[in-house]
Design a protein. Structure first.
Length: 93
């Protein structure tokens, strides 16, 4: 059984203190099933980040983030936004 849970938002925002532009990466497999990194969770953290003064440049949800080919294919579609980001925030196991 895989268990994935989100870190407390304060811990996340503290780790991003030196970063302004963020790109979000979720997972369409485990993190979606565990409700820690699917579409709903990415949308929710985007709202929280923007309310904290951060800029979210975009997001993607690969079918399975732990499979390199699937991650690579999905991030390739978002390369321009990713290159403009200070950091990738990954909500996956």
């Amino acid at each position: 059984m895989i268990i994935s849970e989100a870190k407390p938002f304060q811990e996340v925002i503290d780790s991003l203190k030196d970063c302004q532009k963020i790109f979000l990466v979720g997972c369409g497999d485990c993190a979606t099933l565990c409700k820690s990194g699917g579409e709903e969770e990415l949308k929710a953290i985007k709202v929280k980040l923007e309310a904290s003064g951060k800029t979210v440049l975009g997001m993607c949800i690969p079918e399975s983030s732990c499979i390199a080919a699937k991650l690579k294919a999905e991030t390739a579609k978002n390369l321009k936004a990713i290159r403009g980001a200070d950091v990738l925030l990954v909500l996956a196991c």
